[in-house]
Ligand binder design. Structure first.
Ligand SMILES: [Zn+2]
Length: 415
């Protein structure tokens, strides 16, 4: 079976996660933080050095490269995409990866001084990786396996294909993006320049994950107007917007919220409220995999406002709903072979495919709507966006093999 150099893979991964690339939602530039350029330039150099063709980086730090086809028949160009920024939710500065070889299934002390422990009693998934090599944080930062694991895997896979010209494949495109974690990774992605017929983001979590469905998403701002009058003379005059807000909140289904839903169940999520007598603002997000249910949820938010306005005999409540992103499924289903190839690649490698809807969005969903159908494949990490993030090296090695096998199977399909 395909031998992947474990030590070199670890070394590459460590060299990426020790470069701070935290993105910043407050910034208007792309990349959102200057420091993302450091890793971006390094990646460009490495792509050139290993012998990739058409290596480019644009003014917004989007990196693209090509591994040219080595067959004499037409195969559609396919792409692999990862992001090099890390989330602003938790610090990514001074990451000190710890490498635990032959994991024994017990607690991993991340930081003895601060008593930070990564325990399988809480994170049961750890037990799947007994006997493997696990990379963790030192408990004070995130790790950045999201998504430097994906970048490492794509790099190692390209290196492997370059070293093994006997493996037949069509054009393979590589794309590395900034600012995925602040929802902008796809925004300035030049789909036409990329030139792939379809692609895969290597940005999923545990081994086997394969995703081509995500939420439909909208944000809603509910504004409630009241009337302020001196409390001593308020009878029959004061309208307290906060009480109306309370009625509004209680009119939405209390169990259709993130803390009460899973799998394919959608929700309304009230994530912020600011109120005074005169005005209260409620900020919601609305999520549902099903397009009809999604539209119905948006309509309910308006209907509740209409009903309360009627009772109050005035327009006290206005609802402003804005769509954010949509389920990529509608763009994947017409080209279902792109999921089948990934699934077959995993099965060939003895990996059990875990196909499930994402309870969130991905860059791939945006790219799918921009004309580049783009399912998501596991990168191997767990507990993203915090100090308990970890990645089993064996999962990363499997991801490298999945990329190579997807390239191989795609070419075979078009002989
Ligand atoms: Zn990610």
């Amino acid at each position: 079976m395909m031998p992947i150099d474990k030590e070199k893979l670890i070394k590459r991964f460590v060299s990426y996660v020790t470069i701070d690339t935290e993105s910043d939602p407050e910034s208007n530039t792309t990349p959102s933080t200057e420091k993302q350029w450091v890793l971006a330039h390094k990646l460009v150099e490495e792509l050139k050095e290993m012998g990739m063709s058409n290596v480019t980086i644009d003014d917004n730090a989007y990196i693209m490269a090509t591994l040219p086809s080595n067959v004499d028949y037409d195969v559609p160009a396919i792409g692999f995409i990862s992001h090099f920024d890390t989330t602003p939710d938790f610090t990514g500065k001074d990451v000190k990866p710890q490498i635990i070889e032959n994991y024994d299934g017990k607690d991993i002390i991340l930081n003895a001084e601060e008593d930070i422990v990564l325990s399988p009693a809480y994170f049961e998934d750890l037990l799947q990786y007994k006997g493997q090599t696990i990379i963790t944080t030192d408990g004070t930062t995130l790790l950045g396996a999201d998504d430097k694991a994906g970048i490492t895997e794509i790099m190692e896979a390209m290196k492997y294909l370059l070293a093994h010209p006997e493996i037949e494949h069509g054009d393979i495109k590589v794309g590395f993006t900034p600012d995925e974690e602040i929802g902008r990774g796809a925004h300035k992605f030049d789909v036409e320049k990329f030139g792939a017929e379809w692609a895969y983001t290597m940005d999923g979590s545990q081994i086997g994950e394969l995703e081509y469905e995500n939420f439909n998403a909208a944000g809603a701002v509910v504004t409630i107007k009241g009337k302020i009058v001196h409390p001593g003379y308020a009878k029959g005059k004061m309208v307290n917007s906060m009480y109306i807000a309370q009625d509004y909140i209680n009119s939405l289904p209390r169990l259709e919220t993130p803390e009460h839903t899973s799998d394919r169940e959608g929700f309304f999520h009230l994530y912020q409220m600011n109120g005074k007598v005169e005005e209260t603002k409620l900020q919601y997000i609305i999520r549902d995999h099903d397009k009809e249910h999604f539209e119905a949820r948006k309509a309910i938010m308006q209907q509740v406002a209409n009903d309360l306005n009627e009772q109050l005999e005035q327009i006290a409540i206005t609802v402003d709903v804005k769509d954010q992103y949509f389920n990529m499924r509608e763009h994947i289903e017409p080209v279902m072979h792109i999921v089948d190839i990934a699934k077959e690649a995993m099965e060939t490698l003895g990996i059990q495919p875990l196909i499930k809807p994402i309870r969130g969005g991905t860059d791939g969903s945006q790219l799918s709507f921009m004309g580049l159908p783009c399912p998501n494949i596991f990168a191997g990490g767990h507990n993203f966006h915090g100090r308990y993030e970890y990645v089993p090296v064996e999962s990363m090695m499997k991801a490298v093999q999945v990329i190579v096998t997807v390239a191989e199977l795609t070419a075979k399909r078009y002989i």
